[in-house]
Every structure is written in C-alpha cells, then in structure tokens.
Design a protein around this ligand. Structure first.
Ligand code: PLP
Length: 389
C-alpha cells in the first residue's frame, strides 16, 4: 500500500458516535455489567420499534435462532426448511436441536425463499408424510419475504415460522414492521457490526406468543427460574431458584445493550441513507450489463446489502478481483448453504436448488453502509464499469 492508496471501502461497517461511547461508558461505571437495567431497556426499545409484546436480547442471532427452534419444540426426528440463500446459521440452528434440515429454492427476482416453491414442496411433503415442523424464511438483504402467503401456508399445513430477520431491522411489510410477528411465531434480529444497528455481537428473538416467550426467557439463562409459578413447589426463600429445563447462557451484556439502545435512536437516519445510496447506485449503474436489486411493491427494505447480478457469470471472478484490487470491499452473499462441504456430507448436491445456484454464480455485493459518501458510490461504479468493459 502506498500513501496515495484510497482507504479500503468495506461492504458493511458500523457507525459509532460519541453518544454511543458515552452510553457504554455509563454502564462500565455502573453497578451492573450484565443482568442490569440496560438489557430490559434495549428490549423495550425493540418492542416499541416492532410492536411485538415480547423481546429477548441474546448473545448473537445464532443463539437466538437456536433458542427459537428449541422454544418451538424442535427436536430429533423433526424437519426444518429454510432458504439456501442465507448465512449457514439459518440452517445450523435446526441441526443443533437434532432436527433435519432441507431447503426451499429462492424466487429469482427477490432472492428470498419462493412462497410458490414452498407451497409446491409442502404439497409433495404432505403426500410423502414428511411435513416440516418449522420453516425459517430469511429476509434477504433486508427485503421482506411474502409473509402473508407463508403465514397462510403455516395455518394450512400446521408448521411454525421463525423469520430470520438478521438483515431486516427497520424493514416494513405493508404497514407492519418486521419483528411484529404478524405472520410468524418468532422473528430474530442480528446486531453484528455489518448489520443495520450493532451491539458488537448480539441478537434478539421477538414473539407475540406468551408460552414461546416464557421458553425463550428460561432457555437464555440456564433453564433456571426464580418465578414460583414455574417451580415444582413453593420457593424456599429469596435465595431460591430452580432449574426446570436444560438451558444455556446466551445472555447479552448491559454494555452491549446500552450500545444497541443508543444505535436504535438513529435507525431511521441509517435506513434513509441506505436507501439514498441504493438509489444512487441504481442511477449510476443503468446501462451496465447487470441487474440491480428489485424493490417489490409494499415492502420497505432495510437495505442491509446491495447485490447486483452480472449478466455474464464468467465475469464475476474478474470483476470481484478488480474491485478488491482497487481496495473496494466487494463481497458475495451467499454461497448456497447446501453446497457447503458440511451440508454435502448430509446428502445435498449441486443442482438441488437451481435458482439459488444460478443466483450465486452471478452475484456481487457492492459496499453499502450509512457512512459512505456519494463519492464512494462513484468510485465503486467507475471501477465496476472499467472491469465490465
Ligand atoms: C448475520 C446473520 C446471522 C447470524 O448472526 P450473528 O448475530 O452473527 O449470530 C444469521 N442469519 C443471517 C441471515 C445473517 O445474516
């Protein structure tokens, strides 16, 4: 790297203000670094954002997905379906519970799980007597899935729904915020630094169902309770607790939660900037041999990712390399989960989910995060234009 090299432009990154630092410092000087007031405060902010009556902050979204599967009773012999176009955690969570995983191919326009493919697969599975217990749609790049249709199928076929909303904090489906769980049992957010708002590591599970909420709360903290109503008999005193389930320590710290609450105050600003940058990309990329992201009507994306599809898959590698050479942090989201060696060893193979595979072959994620300048977009587009010429 020479002095004149431009700074590396990452595909996503956190934005931390002095207010964030002050909020974290305040917790560090307080009595509680964990299990204090900052976690319930953050959970209150998540409930206010989404309208979900229950929200549980967790160590990360992967932990929240794991507990969500357990809270819905997923276990050995059960089946879970998710999207192949996601991070591996969307599928791993079911394997943690001893359940089996299968995938539903994506829609070639939204790159989300296709509700039509889901319906067809459910029909076939009913015939074969092997319906899923839990389906996990993923709001890819922040654009909501067709939850109305998925919810209706859940009613008809009797499965439960966990929204992997890791990309979709602040997204809307019609007038309904993602996380409201209008058509699902649980929604899961991630607060990893590349996501919409951050807590360092962090996640949350939101639900409307009080029984599910009780399980999530219990399993987050060792399966231990101090609530007499959940105990086998009367409490023996103020010191007394009972372990009534096999839980985990998946708690978020107060340090992290304070950061999250502070970050959420800027959610609207972040989303507006993401949309403005996406619109700038749209305009600048017009005429290039690629397809820009489709915005479906009635859906407000959180725009976690800006993904373009190159017309010619043979150019994906050279274009990617050229961007990286220019210190532009292009990325690829996602390698289809079923093509990972671990999943191939379970029996999956190339050709199983052709839409996800065709999408992957042509996909490039361009940098998009709220601190980027309009000039950064120009720099990316200039490099991309040159590489495609
Ligand atoms: C980031 C992500 C996760 C995992 O989130 P962590 O908070 O890092 O555990 C799960 N699913 C999707 C779709 C993600 O993008």
């Amino acid at each position: 790297m020479s002095r004149s090299d431009p700074p590396f432009l990452s595909y996503g990154r956190q934005h931390i203000t002095d207010e964030d630092v002050a909020a974290v410092a305040e917790v560090l000087r307080s009595d509680f670094l964990t299990q204090g007031p900052a976690v319930p405060q953050f959970e209150g902010a998540l409930k206010a954002l989404t309208g979900a009556p229950h929200a549980y902050a967790m160590a990360n979204a992967t932990a929240a997905l794991h507990l969500s599967c357990l809270a819905l009773g997923l276990g050995p012999g059960d089946l879970t379906w998710t999207s192949p176009n996601s991070f591996v955690a969307s599928a791993n969570c079911a394997l943690y519970c001893g359940a089996d995983v299968d995938f539903v191919d994506i829609d070639p326009v939204s790159f989300n799980m296709s509700a039509e493919a889901l319906e067809a697969k459910l029909e076939a599975a009913e015939g074969a007597g092997r319906l899923p217990k839990v389906v996990i749609p993923v709001h890819f790049a922040g654009q909501p899935c067709d939850m109305g249709k998925i919810g209706a199928l859940a009613q008809r076929y009797g499965f439960r729904v966990i929204e992997d909303a890791s990309h979709a904090v602040g997204a809307m489906l019609g007038n309904m915020p993602i996380g409201a769980c209008a058509d699902s049992d649980i929604a899961v957010f991630s607060f990893h630094p590349v996501k919409i708002v951050t807590t360092g590591e962090g996640g949350a599970a939101l639900t409307r169902d009080p029984a599910v909420a009780e399980r999530l709360e219990l399993l987050r903290s060792h399966g231990v309770t101090r609530r007499e109503a959940l105990m086998s008999g009367p409490s023996e005193g103020d010191w007394y607790y009972e372990q009534v389930a096999l839980g985990f320590n998946y708690r978020m710290t107060d340090i992290q939660a304070a950061l999250g609450t502070s970050q959420l105050t800027r959610l609207d600003t972040y989303l507006r900037r993401r949309h403005a940058l996406a619109a700038l990309y749209d305009a600048r990329l017009a005429g290039l041999p690629l397809t820009i992201p489709t915005r479906l009507p009635g859906r407000y994306s959180a725009f976690h990712l800006y993904v373009v599809q190159l017309d010619d898959p043979a150019l994906r590698r050279p274009v990617f390399d050229a961007l990286r050479e220019a210190r532009i942090g292009a990325n690829v989201h996602y390698i289809p989960i079923h093509l990972q060696p671990f999943y191939r060893a379970l029996g999956f193979a190339p050709g199983d989910f052709p839409n996800a595979e065709a999408y992957y072959a042509r996909a490039i994620t361009l940098p998009l995060h709220p601190q980027m300048s309009d000039g950064d977009v120009d720099r990316v587009v200039e490099c991309l234009t040159g590489a495609l010429a």
